[in-house]
Design a protein around this ligand. Structure first.
Ligand SMILES: Nc1ncnc2c1ncn2[C@@H]1O[C@H](COP(=O)(O)OP(=O)(O)OP(=O)(O)O)[C@@H](O)[C@H]1O
Length: 228
């Protein structure tokens, strides 16, 4: 549901070429996508269609070959490479299918380390990391290490970490791929609640049919192009 007239993220007319010469691949071709505060956008499409490339460009991890990217009012295409980490830190939270947690740190420390990177005051970190874990229903597992957590607990820890710094945009790449059906459903419901209750703009790349139920809008990519 759109509850704002201005998108918080927009990619316009982007294309992405990988490789050179005979290895050249056109991963995206003239793709435009907008993402509004408070909505869940689902990006679907067959394997190799360009979904991860699109999400990486939306997340300023990758630059498009052509086209414009605007994140939280900033025209990313006009910014130097050196400005991108700041945008990723302040405006974007990422959730990946492989969780990407630090195995030697507890759930709370995994969140805390990112809060520190995002510049949170040192003395606030313990309380804030616990509050973030509470937001994803995991405060009771604050002292657990990833090896002792279920897949759902790991993904919720990753989500708490993505929420550190309170970014307006959350990008999730196959967030349920390593989860059983029930746990996957819970993670998707959590993403939807975050959009509806806190106004975050959420984009999810997924093959998971359950994701369709939490989406406000679904776009489909095939061979690097949006199907209309
Ligand atoms: N770093 C790279 N170098 C060269 N080609 C790449 C690179 N990354 C992706 N590609 C190619 O670009 C196309 C789109 O890939 P992408 O990973 O975005 O698709 P996808 O829809 O996310 O696929 P999947 O669902 O399998 O993860 C594919 O043809 C892929 O082989």
């Amino acid at each position: 549901m759109k509850n704002a007239t201005q998108p918080v993220l927009a990619v316009e007319g982007i294309s992405k070429l990988y490789g050179a010469g005979s290895n050249r691949v056109k991963a995206l071709d003239d793709v435009s996508v907008t993402l509004y505060p408070g909505e869940v956008l689902l990006i679907m499409g067959p394997s190799g269609s360009g979904k991860t490339t699109l999400l990486s460009i939306m997340g300023c991890i990758l630059r498009p070959t052509t086209g414009n990217v605007t994140v939280a009012g900033k025209c990313v295409s006009e910014l130097a490479e050196s400005a991108l980490p700041d945008i990723r830190r302040h405006d974007l939270g990422f959730v990946f299918q492989a969780f990407n947690l630090f195995n030697t740190l507890t759930a709370q420390e995994n969140v805390g380390v990112v809060l520190r990177l995002k510049g949170a005051p040192r003395r606030s970190i313990t309380a804030r990391s616990l509050a973030l874990l509470e937001q994803v229903g995991l405060a009771h597992r604050a002292n657990a290490y990833p090896r002792d957590m279920s897949g759902g607990e790991k993904q919720r820890t990753a989500l708490a970490r993505a929420l550190a710094g309170d970014p307006p945009i959350l990008l999730a790449d196959e967030p349920t791929a390593n989860l059983d059906s029930k746990t996957g459903h819970a993670v998707l419901a959590l993403l939807r609640n975050l959009a509806k209750e806190t106004g975050k703009a959420v984009a999810i790349v997924s093959h998971d049919p359950k994701a369709e139920a939490v989406a406000d809008r679904i776009i489909e990519i095939q061979d690097g192009r949006l199907l209309s």
